[in-house]
Design a protein around this ligand. Structure first.
Ligand SMILES: [Zn+2]
Length: 380
């Protein structure tokens, strides 16, 4: 059996989050796409030219992006190989040629810019590798900034669906309404937000919440039962949404992948990216953020809560509560080593902000809690 050597990457609903490596052949009437299976050839799909829409995309818009199919059968194919792109152009019918030529012109321009860059910035790789030793964080940020939000969302969404398919999801009722209102209040305060936050309430006694790249958030009912107000939940959500906004997940992944992967992303190398995408799918749900990222999410989370006119005292009391020893299962602690120092830091930060009067939520927290089965505390 000959070794399968993919020349393109395909995304779609029932394909892996990291994209399916595939081998594309241009035929007289369309494309034959062969998917990889166990290192050899797997399923084949024949797509006629009229089914495609064409654009430029990927890093630097130097990929040719072909889309076809609808709803859950929708597919997106990223082509970068110049021979393949040329063959597609030669074989594609006239109706594709106009958008195609525009896309191809963009690709040519980007290629030209790259050549110019390589000519003038000789030794860039060596510089990058050297700088990694001295300024790793900056380079990680650079690499992350080159990953399109669209790719990030695909990855996050796939991991999110995968996770939720094994969980008992609460679809409606006071708890869902409350979480939606809190998220809405916070999201409104994010200028030029590229993410559409989606929050799901999952029935579980685990005291936890987490956010995946792309804006997909899970809150467990255990955390909502533990919280004594909507403001306390808002504190946790403010923190989690900022992990998304600061792209902490991608930073961790890029960091874990090492020097060559970072270089590959910065120079737009497709093989490097395929490697990245493959690893991301696996790592998303087990990500641990570092201390600097946690502090950043705490502080930006507090500011977000404050701007949303939600009483920030809730965030601090909840963090304090989580730092106290408890016989319950406090999973937020396993990913968020909670120390009273953390709450203290937030207190100092809050004291520096001008006082403003908070606006209450429209829901009653007692209603939310009783919908989750929390017994009301009897009046003395
Ligand atoms: Zn965190």
């Amino acid at each position: 059996m000959t070794k399968f050597s993919p020349n393109a990457l395909c995304f779609g609903e029932e394909l892996p989050a990291s994209g399916a490596p595939c081998f594309v052949q241009v035929e007289g009437h369309g494309l034959t796409i062969t998917f990889e299976r166990d290192g050899g050839e797997g399923a084949q799909e024949m797509v006629p030219f009229p089914a495609f829409s064409v654009s430029a995309g990927g890093l630097d818009h130097d990929h040719l992006v072909l889309k076809w199919g609808e709803a859950e059968r929708a597919r997106t194919l990223y082509l970068k190989n110049p021979h393949l792109i040329r063959a597609f152009r030669d074989a594609a019918p006239d109706h594709l040629s106009q958008p195609f030529e525009q896309a191809a012109e963009r690709v040519r321009q980007v290629r030209h810019r790259h050549r110019v860059m390589w000519g003038t910035v000789g030794g860039a790789i060596a510089a990058v590798a050297l700088a990694l030793w001295f300024g790793a964080d900056l380079l990680v940020e650079m690499a992350v900034s080159r990953i399109p939000v669209e790719w990030e969302q695909k990855l996050g969404e796939a991991a999110y669906r995968d996770f939720l398919s094994h969980q008992e999801v609460i679809k409606e009722g006071p708890a869902v309404k409350a979480v939606e209102e809190i998220t809405q209040r916070l999201a409104e305060q994010v200028p030029n937000n590229p993410y559409k936050f989606q929050v799901t309430v999952v029935k579980s006694d685990v005291v936890n919440a987490f956010a995946l790249p792309g804006g997909y958030v899970v809150v467990f009912t255990g955390l909502m039962k533990k919280a004594e107000s909507g403001e306390e939940v808002a504190g946790v959500l403010g923190h989690e949404l900022n992990h998304v906004l600061q792209r902490h997940g991608l930073e961790r992944i890029v960091k874990n992948m090492g020097v060559m992967a970072v270089v590959a992303i910065i120079v737009g190398d497709q093989q490097g990216l395929i490697g990245l995408m493959r690893q991301v799918g696996v790592e998303l749900l087990t990500l641990k953020f570092d201390r600097a990222q946690e502090t950043e999410a705490d502080l930006t989370g507090l500011q977000l809560v404050y701007r949303a006119k939600i009483d920030p005292a809730g965030m601090i009391t909840f963090f304090q509560k989580l730092s106290e020893k408890d016989d319950g299962r406090l999973e937020w602690l396993s990913t968020h080593p909670m120390s009273s120092a953390r709450a203290e830091r937030l207190k100092v930060e809050l004291a520096a902000l001008p006082k403003r009067s908070p606006e209450p939520f429209t829901f009653e927290w007692t209603t939310v809690q009783s919908s989750l089965g929390v017994q009301p505390v009897a009046a003395p």
